[in-house]
Ligand binder design. Structure first.
Ligand code: SDX
Length: 400
């Protein structure tokens, strides 16, 4: 008999796997990818090099990186049938739903499953890393009534994505900062969407279904969807002077403050610190954002009121301000998160396949036993129905 004390809501603190991909020290505010500190990767590496490091476990030599980049470049385009399918999506649909649908659709075109073949693993990883940005940008253009913009082979990964969003070549600083954002968002141990990816991977389904599962999970406001909600909150606050009254109201309502708190970090998320530096670089070159002062004041106020509970900015708090300055629409913030996290999802997919055991946890049953089957004509109206109907209505309805 399993003791109730063994039940951990949200599996908090329960190890779900053995992994060497990344490591988080929530007390010290440290994040490492394959043992390398995130701050060093943000400064010295690139997103595709980081994706290679996460998936294959080592920094590539120049020939390996060049070949990987070339393969990604060669697979950026999407099938016209997927484009045609996306043209049927409602313009009002959320881009994360469009991405989840189109990511799953890839499985229709690449149905072969050879999960024990390293070449198959590599090809699937290349296709997903290459095509996800194209699908995000394609939906953006289509929902404005325009044809999608074809990828440009002369632009690198991040510059090409920004180009496909609005057919303008990005400023080199903007492209570099966007690439660093992808590195910062690429991986983060067993977060909800990565756990979804692992559970789906453990049934030995195809990698496109694995990524589609993860995209659906990332979309929630308690996870990747928070970055979009942060901007909504800053816009609602409207001024530095309104920060504390607004915060007091949130706390009084026991509402979660978007962009703050973390299951693991009990200090400021190291990614938030780097994102703040990136935001300030952009503001220096392209002009300050009025919401930045509000964000700074909110960070101070939350630390005063909730710092003792370990509530500090997480990765989603400043990322939206960077993306806004890069000209990315607010409801594309989470799809951008997904573009980056595909690298981490693929790394965990590959790691799971290396030592697979299907996920099937247990439960503690709290229901009843030995209940009789009651024929429909003898079933009393359930208490819920009576509580909803007034007694008089119930007697009138049932004639007794
Ligand atoms: C991401 O897991 C990952 O690594 C995720 C991520 C990644 O890279 O994949 O880092 C990306 O998802 C970042 C998180 C983005 N989400 C948000 O910003 C939404 C707001 N944050 C919260 O919903 C919350 O902090 C979570 C969901 C992120 C974590 O919640 P936990 O660990 O389940 O914490 P909890 O809800 O159990 O709260 C513990 C206490 C509670 O107070 P008490 O009831 O004990 O008095 O802290 C409070 C909570 O009320 N609390 C908050 C809060 N987060 C926690 N109070 C106000 N605002 C918040 N944001």
């Amino acid at each position: 008999m399993i003791a109730v004390s063994e039940f951990k809501p949200g599996l908090e603190g329960v190890p779900a796997t053995l992994s060497s991909i990344s490591c988080v020290d929530g007390q010290q505010g440290i994040l490492e990818y394959r043992g390398i500190r995130i701050e060093e990767l943000a400064e010295k590496s690139s997103f595709l090099e980081v994706a290679y490091l996460l998936i294959w476990g080592k920094l590539p030599i120049k020939e390996e990186l060049d070949s990987f980049k070339h393969e990604i470049q060669s697979h950026r385009r999407i099938k016209y049938r997927i484009r045609d399918m996306m043209k049927c999506f409602p313009e009002t649909g959320h881009p994360m739903d469009a991405l989840q649908t189109s990511a799953a659709a890839l499985g229709l075109f690449y149905a072969r499953r050879a999960l024990d073949d390293p070449q198959y693993i590599r090809k699937a990883a290349v296709r997903l890393l290459a095509k996800i940005p194209t699908m995000v940008a394609a939906f953006q253009m289509m929902r404005k009534g325009n044809d999608p913009i074809q990828p440009r082979d002369d632009l690198d990964y991040s510059a090409n994505f920004l180009y496909m969003l609005n057919e303008r070549e990005p400023d080199p600083l903007a492209a570099r900062i966007f690439d660093v954002c992808l590195t910062l968002h690429a991986e983060h141990t067993i977060n909800a969407s990565t756990f979804s990816a692992m559970v789906t991977a453990s049934t030995l389904t195809d990698p496109y279904a694995v990524v589609a599962s993860a995209v659906g999970t990332l979309a929630g406001p308690l996870h990747g969807g928070a970055n979009e909600e942060v901007l909504v909150m800053l816009e609602e606050i409207g001024s530095v002077g309104n920060v504390r009254p607004y915060l007091d109201q949130l706390i009084a309502n026991k509402a979660k403050i978007m962009g703050f708190g973390h299951r693991v970090y009990k200090v400021k998320d190291p990614r938030a610190t780097v994102l703040q530096q990136l935001a300030e670089q952009l503001f220096e070159k392209f002009g300050r954002d009025e919401y930045y002062e509000i964000a700074l004041e909110l960070e101070t106020a939350v630390e005063e009121r909730l710092g003792h509970k370990g509530i500090y900015p997480n990765v989603d708090f400043y990322s939206g301000l960077v993306y806004r300055k890069l000209g990315i629409p607010e409801d594309l913030f989470t799809p951008v998160f997904a573009i980056a996290r595909v690298a981490g999802w693929l790394a965990h997919w590959k790691e799971q396949l290396g030592k697979n055991r299907i996920f099937r946890p247990t439960q503690i049953y709290t229901g009843s036993h030995e209940e009789p089957y009651i024929p429909i004509e003898r079933r009393a109206v359930s208490l819920e129905r009576v509580r909803v109907d007034s007694l008089e209505q119930h007697l009138e309805r049932n004639g007794k």
